[in-house]
Design a protein around this ligand. Structure first.
Ligand code: ATP
Ligand code: MG
Length: 397
């Protein structure tokens, strides 16, 4: 029996007139994700997306890649057989025999769907006959019996009868849902080496946004290794988002200027406003629609609501903060799930820690922050920060 992937999408199914567009982009994304498999192909058949390769032994690996594509709700490895009432029931039994050789299945039930209304047998009858065929074909070993259990089965066998082909499958690998990349503009993420901003990038990408990144360091106060950590994180993100460009900017001169000219407790908030201003200009240069940060209300001194208001005021471009109201444990859980956590917790210094004030201001006043900025050559500092720019293009593994 030939095996293929049957791919279901979640939210795209709810789209109205735009559905074909989203489906097309989704298929392009899947195609990209599996281009390393021999003769990989992707097609749509009666409202469902399928994928195959001639390397059937690698189908599981391919399913894992497809599950990472945003927009995909579930992926299953299915046997593709002819929609022939004479053969689909023996085929179901053969599928079940193979499945039971790979994993322990003692109880099962069948769920059938007949999208081909020309097929002469109705769905409940398909389920009943497939069940009977499996029971008959899989009960030759008294020590490994197979029985039906409709309430809590080890396995639900799906029979999806379509016009020419029928798909038989059981396991479903969960995807992340969301919308295909590239269907929702572009965001420039302020990417640190911490836990939050990689998660924020991933969450926006999951809603279809293309991602580009800007990272600030304070070399030589921060090490090369700290920058490499950010590039490592970007590599993990690229596994979901495709190629990501990272712009690295040295913030040291700005931090030194603040340190020399402004009250100590304003260090953090002033450098954050500089980061935002530089990011905004970069966003305009690279045609990003919005900025993205991993800010989260109340998490640290600079992220009090007053701190966020003063940070936000530095730029005109909308700033998306997908983590704003999340609890840290939930952010950490996503970081674990997407694979960034272990890298994020590596102990390398961040530029923010370089001139960390003992008592950062938690209730900054915009007027006094602006007054402090007047003592600085903001334009000149931003210009020379841009002169330090290094660009890295990070491809998926
Ligand atoms: P993270 O875990 O993302 O580093 P954090 O909890 O350490 O966040 P902050 O250091 O206050 O919080 O940073 C808040 C946000 O500001 C980050 O999520 C990120 O978007 C941005 N940011 C902070 N440091 C940098 C940096 N060195 N380069 C680029 N962006 C940064
Ligand atoms: Mg940080």
């Amino acid at each position: 029996m030939r095996k293929v992937l049957i791919i279901k999408y979640g939210e795209i199914a709810l789209k109205g007139m735009n559905k074909p567009y989203f489906e097309r982009v989704l298929m392009e994304r899947i195609r990209k994700a599996i281009k390393g498999f021999a003769e990989a192909s992707v097609w749509r058949y009666e409202g469902v997306v399928f994928a195959s390769t001639t390397e059937e032994a690698r189908l599981e690996e391919m399913a894992l890649e497809v599950a990472k594509v945003f927009g995909v709700a579930t992926v299953s490895i299915a046997a593709e057989v002819e929609s022939d009432p004479e053969t689909i029931f023996p085929d179901a039994a053969e599928y079940m025999r193979e499945a039971r050789a790979k994993q322990v299945i003692r109880t099962f039930k069948v769920e059938a769907k007949r999208s081909n209304k020309q097929f002469p047998i109705i769905s409940p009858e398909i389920a009943r006959k497939a069940g009977a065929s499996c029971l008959k074909g899989c009960n030759d070993d008294p020590d490994y019996p197979l029985t039906v259990n409709v309430h809590d089965p080890d396995c639900i066998l799906f029979m999806d009868v379509r016009r020419d082909k029928t798909y038989i499958y059981h396991d479903r690998l969960a995807g992340f849902g969301g919308l295909p990349l590239g269907t929702n503009g572009k965001g420039l993420v302020l990417l640190s080496g911490g836990i939050d901003s990689p998660v924020a990038s991933w969450m926006m990408a999951k809603r279809g946004m293309n991602i580009e990144a800007i990272h600030f360091h304070s070399y030589p106060f921060t090490s090369d290794r700290a920058k490499e950590k950010v590039l490592d994180l970007t590599k993990i993100l690229a596994g979901y988002c495709g190629r990501i460009k990272v712009h690295c900017i040295n913030l040291l001169e700005i931090q030194q200027a603040i340190n020399e000219n402004c009250p100590e407790e304003q260090m953090t908030i002033l450098s954050r406003r500089f980061m935002m201003k530089i990011a905004e200009r970069m966003a305009n240069d690279v045609k990003a629609d919005v900025l993205i940060t991993g800010e989260n209300i109340g998490q640290v001194a600079s992220q009090t609501v007053q701190g966020l208001v003063v940070t936000d005021n530095a730029v005109e471009l909308p700033v998306m903060r997908p983590l704003i109201a999340m609890d840290k444990v939930d952010i950490m859980e996503i970081a674990q799930k997407i694979g960034t956590f272990e890298t994020s917790i590596q102990p390398y210094e961040d530029c923010c820690t370089v001139f960390l004030p003992k008592h950062p201001s938690t209730k900054p006043k915009l007027e006094s922050i602006k007054l402090s900025e007047e003592s600085l050559d903001v334009e000149g500092l931003i210009k020379s920060a841009f002169d330090t720019e290094e660009v890295y293009v990070i491809n998926p593994e």
